[in-house]
Ligand binder design. Structure first.
Ligand SMILES: Cc1cc2nc3c(=O)[nH]c(=O)nc-3n(C[C@H](O)[C@H](O)[C@H](O)COP(=O)(O)OP(=O)(O)OC[C@H]3O[C@@H](n4cnc5c(N)ncnc54)[C@H](O)[C@@H]3O)c2cc1C
Length: 302
């Protein structure tokens, strides 16, 4: 790692967004420290899709390749650790880690992602990212035309129904309790022959994450190959909020079009600040944050 304790930029989160930001900053001759706790949100997914040049690769392989390329720049250092607190100082910030490290920096980038909160449905978390999927652009092609469920209610169930119907017509909505769809929404869904099942779910049966059937609390069952679901989430890292960064109504870090957060000298990129959750978006916003941050520093120094 590093004996150095002072950096131009500390990037918290060393997955796709953080590494992309580090690439731009390291190549701009900034002394960068990446602190990463090694828990990217897609770690259970066997294959990542929809990112050109890496389509179908393992998520960890994409990150490893990126890390190897980024760490070729001696301007960038990588620390496997958890950042636990941050404080503002006269010249920037200090960041403290779980193992007791304290580091100073002029600027901060949060590439910390979000934490998906698994619902209390037996089998859900084991299937998450394998056959319980959140995004048709990432995994829809692999389960096209298959018998597929939508585990959602209300506006979101309607949204998913109209979207996923593009990939399969074998669709059923599971509201897992009383439907909160309006009559108008229900009529629209019925027009496309998509059943709405309100029975409460006891369990998702699977083999190694490969979905077999839904078991309801009344012991009836429903065979399926895949389920779409979007669980709630929270910020993976609370330090931005400790430092006064504002969140959007959805719970994302508020940023402008240049990835600047609402506190001076703090940037955010990737899932922590964007509802468009994809590897390509994380790489893109990380790259923007790095370039804009460096540009600001050149202005300050000139
Ligand atoms: C199940 C699943 C499957 C997906 N499949 C695809 C797909 O096929 N194609 C696609 O394009 N996208 C896919 N996505 C979306 C994609 O994985 C994310 O958009 C992407 O990982 C976001 O990158 P990120 O760098 O912002 O965050 P993450 O990749 O989530 O990384 C955040 C990093 O920050 C670290 N971190 C957080 N807090 C701290 C802290 N306090 N200190 C130190 N480190 C910290 C974490 O450990 C982690 O390493 C999928 C997502 C999920 C959930």
């Amino acid at each position: 790692m590093t004996d150095n304790k002072k950096f131009d930029v500390i990037i918290i989160g060393g997955s796709y967004a953080g590494l992309s930001s580090a690439m731009a900053l390291g190549r701009a001759l900034r002394n960068v420290l990446i602190i990463d706790s090694g828990l990217p949100c897609n770690r259970q997914t066997p294959h990542s899709h929809n990112f050109i040049t890496q389509d179908g690769a393992k998520p960890s392989e994409i990150a490893e390749k990126a890390k190897t390329q980024v760490l070729k720049y001696d301007t960038v250092k990588f620390l496997n650790d958890l950042a636990v607190s941050g404080n503002k100082t006269e010249n920037g910030f200090t960041i403290t880690t779980k193992t007791g490290g304290t580091f100073e920096t002029k600027k901060l980038v949060f590439a910390t992602g979000v934490k998906d909160i698994m619902p209390d449905v037996k089998g859900f978390s084991e299937c998450w990212g394998i056959t319980v999927i959140h995004c048709p652009y990432c995994h829809g092609y692999e389960v096209k035309h298959e018998k597929t469920g939508i585990l959602a209610n209300g506006n979101f169930a309607l949204h998913y129904a109209q979207l996923i119907r593009n990939w399969t017509k074998e669709l059923t909505i599971f509201t897992n309790g009383k439907s909160t769809l309006t009559q108008e929404q229900t009529d629209k869904i019925s027009k496309h022959n998509i059943p709405i099942i309100e029975k409460e779910i006891a369990e998702i049966k699977h083999e190694n994450g490969n979905l077999r059937q839904i078991v309801f609390k009344d012991n009836s069952t429903f065979d399926l190959k895949a389920i779409y679901s979007r669980p709630n989430f929270e910020q993976h890292c609370k330090i931005p909020e400790m430092l006064g960064c504002e969140l959007t109504e959805e719970g994302l870090l508020k940023v402008d079009m240049f990835q600047k957060a609402t506190v001076a000298n703090i940037f955010a990129c990737g899932d922590s600040s964007s509802p468009m959750r994809s590897v390509s978006n994380a790489v893109s916003t990380g790259n923007i944050a790095g370039a804009v941050l460096n540009n600001g520093m050149t202005e300050e120094e000139f």
